[in-house]
Design a protein. Structure first.
Length: 346
């Protein structure tokens, strides 16, 4: 396993990060424990979760993933072996995450409440990387292509950083990061941190995969010049890059069959792009999911590739994707498809 530096910290994280969002919904506590046992044995020292997991978010399962991680820490006594990342929700109408039934926002009071609740569920007294799950300001995300201005309430980035500074100084959080953020947002956080000597964001967690490479359009230069590396989520485009949904297939127990939430990956142009990538995998004798994962892991601006699985077979396939040899010919074939069918599923 390769290990990479997290931002400008002295922390080394594994090139593969264990995603956890299915635990407590699609996976049981014992299955989550088994996944963590396997990942740690394979050299993965980086786990990512969120206060709102499991997904899809709902009151009955909120916090269940963090509780499963916490019970594992308690049972194994190995908190010191894991770099732990979790996230605080951005502005939303979800009223079940906060006391008093108010929707979420990134105010000082709400961030302090959120981190305290996460620490309790995780059964730890510190979080290594605390991330803002999505911006507090209104913005078109999760399928939106390009910027579209939306008026609405938000807390100034400077004030959000000041709130996070208090949390860092308390010892509850070591470092902070962003998620589902834009290049403008990332640079704004860096600017205010530098001007006011506030905590510096060390990473950004955005979707990145063969059919969504929008991070390369602005984020990759920031990752290089300012060391705000990408923690890439959805490397398999929520399973579509495995080919399991092609030609209208709907595997029993799949996320699409269970929740019917994956429309951002369903369009004629996306189908064509996926077929092209599946053909490349066949040409090179590769499992398509391993090819898709290794594509993400080998990008120079990626700090860690966040994998996720509901079965141990899927997990082992994802972890062992690091053994795929990445050739110049494979890279050339993939770039040819990208140039002809760029970013069909942002």
């Amino acid at each position: 396993m390769d290990y990479r530096t997290l931002g400008r910290t002295d922390i080394k994280v594994s090139a593969i990060c264990l995603g956890t969002m299915t635990w407590g919904q699609q996976n049981t506590e014992s299955e989550g424990h088994a996944q963590m046992d396997y990942a740690l044995a394979e050299g993965i020292n980086f786990f990512d979760t969120s206060e709102m997991y499991a997904v899809p978010p709902k009151p009955e399962t909120q916090g269940s993933t963090e509780r499963i991680i916490g019970s594992w820490f308690k049972a194994r006594g190995n908190r010191d072996k894991v770099i732990l990342a979790t996230k605080a929700a951005g502005r939303s109408p979800m009223t079940w995450l906060r006391d008093g039934g108010k929707g979420t926002e990134q105010s000082r009071a709400q961030l302090e409440e959120a981190v305290d609740k996460s620490l309790k569920r995780l059964e730890t007294d510190y979080i290594d990387l605390y991330q803002l799950h999505w911006p507090d300001r209104p913005i078109n995300l999760f399928g939106g292509l390009g910027y579209r201005h939306i008026e609405g309430e938000s807390h100034p980035i400077e004030k959000i950083l000041e709130a996070l500074e208090g949390i860092v100084k308390s010892g509850k959080v070591r470092h902070i990061g962003l998620s589902n953020e834009t290049p403008w947002g990332t640079m704004s956080f860096l600017h205010h941190a530098q001007m006011k000597d506030l905590p510096r964001v060390q990473s950004i967690q955005n979707a990145y995969n063969l059919i969504n490479r929008t991070f390369e359009l602005g984020g990759s230069e920031i990752a290089h010049r300012d060391q705000v590396g990408l923690l890439a989520y959805s490397p398999l485009a929520q399973g579509y890059l495995t080919g399991k949904y092609q030609n209208g297939a709907l595997p029993e127990g799949s996320r699409k069959a269970l929740f019917n939430r994956l429309q951002r990956y369903e369009s004629p142009q996306t189908d064509r792009a996926i077929e092209s990538y599946l053909a490349i995998a066949r040409k090179h004798g590769l499992d398509p999911s391993q090819m898709a994962n290794q594509f993400v892991t080998t990008r120079p601006f990626v700090t860690s590739n966040i994998i996720g699985a509901t079965t141990m077979a899927q997990l082992k396939l994802a972890v062992t994707s690091v053994d795929v040899k990445w050739s110049e010919e494979l890279e050339k074939d993939i770039e040819a498809v990208h140039l002809s069918q760029p970013n069909p599923a942002p």
